[in-house]
Design a protein. Sequence first.
Length: 407
Amino acid sequence: MSTPSTPTFGIGMVGYAFMGRAHSQAWRNARSFFDAPATPHLAAVAGRNEAAAAETARRFGWESVETDWRRLLDRDDIDVIDICTPGDTHAEIATAALQAGKHVLCEKPLANSVAEAELMVEAANTAQAQGIQSMVGFTYRRVPAIAYARNLVAEGRLGRILHVRGHYLQDWLTDPTSPLTWRLQKERAGSGALGDIGAHIVDLAQFVTGEQLVGVAARTETFVRERPLGGTPSVTSLGGTAAGDSATQLGPVTVDDAAIFVSQLTGGALAVFEATRFATGRKNAIRLEVNGTRGSVAFDFEDMNVLHVYDADAPTRDAGFTRVLVTEETHPYVAAWWPPGHVLGYEHSFTHQAVDFLTALAEGTAPRPGFADGLQVQRVLSAVEDSAGRSGSWSSIADVSAQAGVR
Ligand code: SOE
């Protein structure tokens, strides 16, 4: 329960599937493990599928169920709208919630287009003048090893940043019979691997270095262009279950299956990014390496409690990457959980996100990443699609020959 000194914020969550469950556990744990200066009250979960929303409510202890998210905006017991729905709904829900005086936490990517993201930033800025806050859910920033990496860069331990390489690899679409779910439809998801998982590595690169991407040259590909219609989406998996009968109709995949792009950051560093759902054998493999003049850091989500740190100033005989187990009380977030060595998992970053959001609300400060940070990522995604669509930066090898004057 909230104490007299800590306010309670009623949460109204829109969506109940994978992200809805990740956020639900976060609101439940925020006050169990952290002395957050505010208490979340799980007031309502909203979803058009009443039975599915009711199941999430039952499992996670939400007090009520709504089948229309707009009802949440009318309720006085709700102070926060937590958007856990596909990207085509983010702009409408977030702008309406902010205008109704509700704080907003919105899942990534912020929107399906730069135009939508700009409208959301405008609404967020107007609302913030009235003390209404907003945040976008790039949760991997809140993995302790990533937050520790950012601290090392900010302290100057890597010197000037020269290289960033990031990849986010999944393989849940390698089966061509995996159904045509919302993540494969541009009008629902905005883009494919690029916006769903590429957005994360763009945010991580900017968060850890403290710099921004200034330009890209890109290529995207859709390996499977048609998929079975009528599949059953799953709450616990990404692909869902195919309809299965031979009469199943096929529908067009209208997003990228994979995206690769090179970039440069404001400080001059060169960067390389890869996001794919076809890296056979890689389930949720996020890797980030940052090289500087005085050192490097390397992170692998498949070993998420570790940061590999290279100190170029160390004596030559000691040269090498140090495997830092990021579970000490001095590391970000860890002290609230377990003693050193008792590692954390995927879900803990969502709790860190909930705690940081509640803390910002209680203190009346602007949580990060805000909608403006989300807009910056959206601009990068749009630039990648623009570059890939133009193929302007692509030099065909077949065209390279002495005769053609290209050496
Ligand atoms: C699907 O790729 C997904 O659920 C992403 O949408 C999440 O942001 C990521 O954390 C896990 O994978």
